[in-house]
Design a protein around this ligand. Structure first.
Ligand SMILES: [Zn+2]
Length: 343
């Protein structure tokens, strides 16, 4: 099979097309013939070696994928070759205390495709059978592939960890990337008012077209102060943030008393200084979130099927153009997902 595999750590130029042996499913596994694979920042981190994981080379990149089942392993019931499926990129053991509690994203041996395990930038990928789901019929393969990391993460941030209730006001930081747009699309039918922040006027404008009520440019405005002004000093109920860093304190200053911040990333900095007096006096909560449980994945897919929403795709490339696609992701110029079309 053709695959985008790396032989060492570095930049997008290392993501070359290679001819690798076709995988075969072991017991309890399936092989997916990948038709589309979506890019995530995770791919750039794996590529650069910044995750500190010792990989066996050649290593196939890519977490997100959708396609058709090519082969079904021994003991797998209810699945057959030809079914259209989307892949949950998070692989859990199914046996530990957290898995048995239904919290697969808290698994003690939690692993991701394209980070610890061979990924989806390939014509074929092997995954445990419980990691594939039929996807909503109104979606193309490219759109289904774009549901992986970002929509699973967004669903858990908003509903499971963030406990978003109808009519609540939400701030989504750093609009424009795949995760922030997933948060906007999933929150829109339920939330009262949705505020977004970005350093780009163009991205704020496009987010308003997708249903955001107001945008704040954090390059020239303090987000906390601006949220208080826009909400007549009330603040928002929930901030969903994947940037962390110095912005966390601004997120806390944006909250109504009793409000909560759900954090699912630290792209702007792995440490933060926050006002502790505000935290206890206003009874705020800071909640972590990573990927989603099997229940989160199923619920997200039901929501997408019912609402008819389509993930925002910025641009598609062919598998062979993975270097250009990764360089484009690195440039941060995109609005929505970048997808590789395979075969
Ligand atoms: Zn487990």
């Amino acid at each position: 099979m053709k695959a985008i595999a790396i032989e060492g750590y570095g930049g997008p130029e290392l993501a070359r097309v290679q001819e690798l042996a076709d995988p075969h499913p072991g017991p309890g596994e399936v092989v997916v013939r990948v038709r589309a694979a979506a890019l995530n920042h995770l791919d750039l981190w794996t590529l650069s070696g910044s995750l500190g994981i010792d990989l066996d080379f050649p290593f196939v990149l890519g977490a997100d994928g959708a396609g058709e089942l090519a082969a079904v392993g021994e003991g797998v019931e209810g699945l057959r070759a030809g079914m259209r499926v989307v892949v949950n990129p998070a692989v859990s053991c199914g046996l530990c205390e957290r898995c048995r509690a239904g919290e697969q994203s808290q698994c003690v041996s939690f692993r991701m495709l394209g980070e610890h395990l061979p990924g989806t930038f390939a014509e074929l990928v092997t995954v445990p059978a419980r990691n594939v789901y039929p996807f909503p019929q109104h979606l193309s393969f490219a759109e289904a592939a774009a549901l992986g990391v970002t929509f699973i993460t967004a669903y858990r941030m908003l509903f499971t960890q963030g406990e978003l209730r109808p009519g609540e006001w939400v701030l989504i930081t750093g609009i424009g990337g795949g995760l922030a747009l997933s948060l906007l699309q999933l929150a829109r039918p339920l939330a009262g008012r949705i505020f977004v922040s970005s350093s780009s006027e163009e991205k704020l404008e496009r987010a308003r077209a997708l249903g955001a009520d107001a945008g704040i440019n954090y390059r020239d405005k303090d987000v906390g102060r601006e949220i208080r002004r826009l909400t007549s000093k009330r603040g928002v109920d929930l901030v969903v943030d994947s940037a962390g860093g110095a912005g966390l304190d601004a997120s806390l200053r944006s909250l109504v008393k009793g409000g909560r911040v759900v954090l699912a990333g630290a792209t702007a900095g792995a440490t933060a200084e926050i006002g502790l007096r505000r935290l206890f006096w206003n009874q705020l909560r800071i909640i972590g979130s990573t990927m989603g449980s099997d229940d989160d994945v199923a619920a997200m897919l039901r929501m997408v099927a019912g609402s008819g929403l389509r993930p925002v795709i910025d641009r598609t490339f062919r598998l062979e153009e993975a270097q250009a696609a990764l360089a484009y992701l690195e440039s941060q110029a995109h609005f929505g997902k970048i997808v590789l079309e395979v075969g």
